[in-house]
Design a protein around this ligand. Structure first.
Ligand code: SAM
Length: 220
């Protein structure tokens, strides 16, 4: 019976060490408690590229409906890139078709003090992108939800391809494109758009759960 307490303590210590090792924060950029898990490294690389390319105009399709609390599940990109925008005199346009998502995201934008740096638009993303009249420095594609249903997968992939085509003419030689939910069965949201981009002079810079792309001849 002498060994029960040491074993128990070791188990508890192991549990917390495991949790700590798995925890992927963007600290010091974001508070340590938020775990960005499978998106942390691509977000970090992206933030670094935004610094280097002096990005000003950012578009996100599909807004952060769960706010920062969705860091692990959805990514909380509106807030992450909104904060970067606030610190760098840039601006985020986040577009979403759902009134509920827009309301929730707007609430978090206000709570985080980002109203001067982020605008949430209620619209279908393709319509929004088609009428967007400025050059885009960073495009983040994360709208039409992916699922296990093969029909939905194809609809989501087609939607993300259409999004890219709708704004392609506003991308320039230093634009950055990030696509979410790619490491999923049948290629995820990015399957068709990445295939298209690779034929159009883009290259993959990072491929994890998300895929990060820049122009083939971009020197980083
Ligand atoms: C995964 S969430 C976006 C998560 C967010 N980017 C983040 O980092 O937290 C997907 C969002 O896309 C929106 N959506 C789905 N279809 C859309 C469309 N056609 N146009 C714009 N938004 C759409 C949904 O309403 C939902 O809020």
């Amino acid at each position: 019976m002498d060994y029960v307490w040491p074993v128990l303590l070791l188990g508890v210590a192991g549990f917390f060490i495991g949790k700590f090792v798995k925890h992927k924060s963007l600290y010091p950029f974001m508070p340590f408690r938020y775990d960005f898990r499978k998106r942390r490294d691509t977000f970090r690389r992206c933030l670094d590229l935004l610094d280097k390319t002096n990005a000003r105009t950012i578009i996100e399709t599909g807004t952060s409906r769960e706010g920062l609390h969705g860091a692990k599940s959805n990514g909380a990109a509106t807030i992450v890139f909104g904060k970067w925008a606030q610190l760098n005199q840039a601006f985020v346009h986040s577009v979403d078709i759902s009134e509920r998502s827009v309301e929730a995201s707007q609430k978090e934008v206000v709570a985080q003090g980002l109203v001067e740096s982020v605008k949430i638009h209620l619209s279908d993303s393709i319509q929004f992108l088609e009428s967007f009249a400025e050059k885009v420095d960073f495009l983040y594609l994360d709208s039409y939800d992916y699922s296990n249903d093969v029909e939905v997968q194809l609809k989501s992939q087609t939607h993300h391809l259409k999004e890219f085509k709708a704004i392609e003419h506003q991308l320039h030689e230093k634009s950055i494109v990030l696509i979410d939910d790619c490491d999923l069965p049948n290629g995820g949201k990015g399957k068709l758009v990445v295939e298209y981009m690779l034929k159009k002079g883009w290259k993959i810079l990072m491929q994890e759960y998300q895929i990060l792309l820049v122009r083939q001849d971009m020197v980083i």
